[in-house]
Design a protein around this ligand. Structure first.
Ligand code: AMP
Length: 486
């Protein structure tokens, strides 16, 4: 099938040709004609399937007639994260080169002023995260009664992030007669309920089961210890030993661990950037750009931050943690092995991860091979017997060292500088290594939090890396007697 057969306008077809696409992907071939005929669409598709163009291309065609009115956007696209929203905007830039459409992005971490000015002038396409959209609405700067087409993208991720009440509110603010396009990688019952409520007689378009993993990905499990410092050491060994490593994403379950692991990798001479929900918009974009351009080969990320990011050709995925939700495993490793290229994924498995691992193997319908000894075969780590309690003590090289609770994970191997160098691709530039980055590191950490503002809605779901992280001076750790309330 060719793009010419889908009913897209000439301007859109020209833009698609300039982008170098010759054939529509299955989701595009199936969805575009229905979107153009004004049907509601329920699309079950993961990122990487060409789903963004499946809605942006027909939207561009439909928007060619009519014009925007002040404060009343004509179409609205809801995205769970700022990065995804920014990526959709990029798609409009790319495919909208022959159009003169006004596109506005409403995401956290960007000043209200500029966004307000744009909306006031009138926009054809409004791309927003739910929280920021409601903030604008509550400020009385935005009317949603002119929305002709609503896209709810990554609905299952919206559910994970607790955005469903916001979405339900937004849907009530747009006209009942709108056209709705609803995309989700998976269809748990709660998402099905929303789809039933929001869509009118939709066409269901489904590509590749969410549980399927590409056959081009080599998946391996690697047994590791329970302690964080052991996991970090296992990860470093894996990165060093990886064959054909061009670039890699390292996934952590919690954003706090993203920050800690990022710093640790840098301290060990690896060139890495971090991506988690507590970083301000500028830092996130800078990190992503640096990774995309290949300047920095390692990206340490949380699921939410990395979800759906358009990063072509990642050679390796490392799961520093076994994901709690089996579906996240599929999404994570789906970052590699794209478009027929081969990719490798390694998942660190420690004591206590057995249940999550079993759920993943059940979901993907196959056992994953171990690289090296299995968890059961792995000798018990010295570390766990040496460590005592939450504010425990450890004996290290004959010295008795107090270990703060926040620093418990920093083991002897962490302090020891590695003899074996990081692979060239992942190695930090010389100056960076020499400076050991304490300044930049801390600067980044503070920068990450300095513009946070409210991260209530557009963020990953665990606690922030707060205060001084694990550089808390001892006097701050002393218990403080709270004054009794009168
Ligand atoms: P998405 O699923 O929207 O994140 O798209 C994944 C990647 O596929 C992006 O890099 C798109 O630029 C690319 N893409 C979208 N449509 C096509 C197409 N018809 N042919 C080739 N690549 C495409």
């Amino acid at each position: 099938m060719s793009f010419a057969e889908l009913g897209l306008s000439d301007k859109v077809q020209q833009a698609v040709a300039s982008a170098g696409y010759t054939e529509p992907t299955p989701i595009q071939a199936q969805a575009i004609p229905h979107v153009l005929s004004r049907r509601d669409v329920l699309g079950i598709a993961q990122t990487g399937t060409g789903k963004t163009a499946a809605f942006t291309l027909p939207m561009l065609t439909l928007l060619e007639s009519g014009r925007a009115r002040a404060r009343m956007p004509r179409t609205l696209i809801l995205e769970p994260t700022r990065e995804l929203a920014a990526q959709v905007e990029d798609n409009f830039d790319k495919y909208g080169i022959n159009h003169r459409l006004s596109v506005a992005l409403l995401i956290g971490g960007v000043s209200f002023g500029d966004q307000d000015a744009k909306i006031t002038r009138g926009v054809d396409v409004l791309i927003a995260t739910p929280g920021r959209l409601l903030d604008h609405f509550e400020r009385g700067k935005l009317l949603l009664t002119g929305v002709e087409l609503l896209v709810i993208d990554e609905a299952d991720r919206m559910l994970d992030m607790g955005f469903i009440p916001d979405i339900e509110r937004i849907v009530k603010l747009v006209p009942f007669t709108r056209q709705t396009l609803f995309f989700s990688a998976t269809m748990p019952p709660e998402i099905q309920r929303l789809a039933d409520a929001f869509l009118h007689n939709p066409v269901k378009v489904e590509v590749a089961r969410a549980a399927s993993t590409a056959s081009t990905i080599t998946q391996r499990l690697v047994a590791t210890g329970r302690e964080d410092y052991e996991k970090r050491e296992t990860l470093r060994d894996l990165i060093r030993g990886a064959t054909d490593l061009q670039n890699a994403i390292v996934f952590c379950n919690r954003k706090r661990d993203v920050a800690v692991l990022h710093r640790s990798l840098q301290n060990h001479g690896f060139s890495a950037v971090a991506l988690h929900g507590d970083m301000d918009q500028h830092a996130r974009m800078a990190a992503l750009d640096s990774f995309r351009t290949g300047e920095t080969p390692l990206l340490v990320a949380s699921d939410v931050a990395a979800r759906g990011l358009d990063i072509p050709a990642v050679s390796h995925v490392f799961n520093y943690d076994v994901p709690h939700h089996a579906e996240d495993y599929v999404h994570r490793i789906g970052r590699t092995g794209r478009a027929g290229r081969s990719g490798q994924s390694f998942t660190l498995v420690g004591p206590g991860d057995e249940k999550s691992l079993a759920a993943i193997e059940k979901l993907i319908g196959q056992p994953i091979e171990w690289q090296g000894p299995t968890l059961a075969e792995r000798p018990p780590s010295e570390g766990s017997s040496r460590r005592r309690g939450a504010r425990g003590e450890e004996r290290s090289r004959g010295r008795k060292v107090k270990v703060r609770s926040s620093e418990r994970s920093r083991g002897p191997s962490e302090e020891r500088r590695e003899e074996a160098p990081a692979p060239r691709a992942a190695q930090a530039p010389r100056e960076e290594q020499q400076s050991r980055r304490p300044r930049q590191d801390r600067g980044e950490r503070f920068a990450d939090r300095s513009h946070q503002g409210r991260s209530r809605r557009d963020d990953d779901g665990d606690e922030k890396v707060i205060g001084l992280g694990d550089h808390v001076p001892a006097f701050l750790m002393r218990p403080v007697l709270a004054k009794k309330a009168k």
